[in-house]
Design a protein. Structure first.
Length: 240
């Protein structure tokens, strides 16, 4: 099975992000990728004007329908980050969309201080089966907590981390090593592959320096992306 991580720029407009996700999903499918993970909040972005727009829920539903159709048509599984309103609460969510229409959604457990002003934390883990393999999903700051990864990764073949490492420019530079080290540690601890998909460029007045990566179960870097390009990195899992 071939897995991939998409590194992309997040715009303020839902339509722009949807177009990017669809194009990258098609590219990945043509490259033989079976399951592709995108960055945190890649579909909606974080701009309050977008999230609070009166038509947000309808527009998001339309976007998810397009992504679902793309997954079915290209026979590829997609994991997309997005905002989600549920019972008048706002969540930072990751939705798994499989080619047969099956979906799974995970809510970020560990929010940043800035996110706590707007989002409600999740309390559950997510692992799912696809084409004979088992996968876990966490979001960005969740990677700091070994026990969450351990609970998620029980008998999994790979862990997907949806990230959006936005910082002030000076902080972004010195956080690169830390945000590379933690996925490697989670890979070793849980003896599974780790796929981290991060953003690039500026958004909401901050910057993200990419460096999406894939680590093997020994904590060795299989491949990494650069700090500025929109790209897809891939790795083939051993046959079972």
């Amino acid at each position: 099975m071939r897995l991939g991580a998409a590194q992309m720029f997040i715009a303020d407009e839902l339509e722009t992000n949807t177009t990017t996700v669809l194009k990258m999903a098609k590219e990945a499918a043509l490259r033989g990728v079976d399951l592709l993970v995108f960055p945190e909040m890649c579909l909606t972005g974080y701009n309050p004007k977008t999230l609070c727009h009166e038509n947000f829920n309808a527009d998001l539903s339309s976007a998810l329908d397009k992504v679902t159709r793309q997954a079915a048509e290209m026979e590829i599984g997609l994991i997309v980050g997005r905002a989600l309103f549920n019972d008048e609460k706002l969540y930072n969510a990751a939705t798994v969309i499989l080619p047969d229409g099956t979906t799974h959604t995970y809510y970020k457990n560990y929010l940043t201080a800035a996110e706590e002003k707007y989002f409600t934390p999740g309390t559950q883990t997510l692992a799912f089966d696809f084409r004979g393999y088992r996968f876990g999903v966490i979001i960005c700051r969740d990677q700091n907590y070994p026990e969450l990864a351990q609970n998620t990764c029980s008998e999994t073949d790979a862990l997907f981390i949806l990230s959006a490492h936005y910082y002030k420019p000076s902080e972004a530079r010195w956080k690169v090593d830390k945000n590379r080290a933690l996925p490697l540690a989670r890979a070793v601890e849980n003896h599974c592959y780790v796929f981290l998909a991060n953003t690039v460029g500026s958004h909401i007045g901050m910057v993200s320096l990419g460096n999406s990566l894939i680590a093997n179960p020994e904590g060795v870097l299989v491949t990494t992306a650069d700090e500025a390009s929109k790209t897809i990195i891939t790795c083939d899992l051993p046959a079972k």
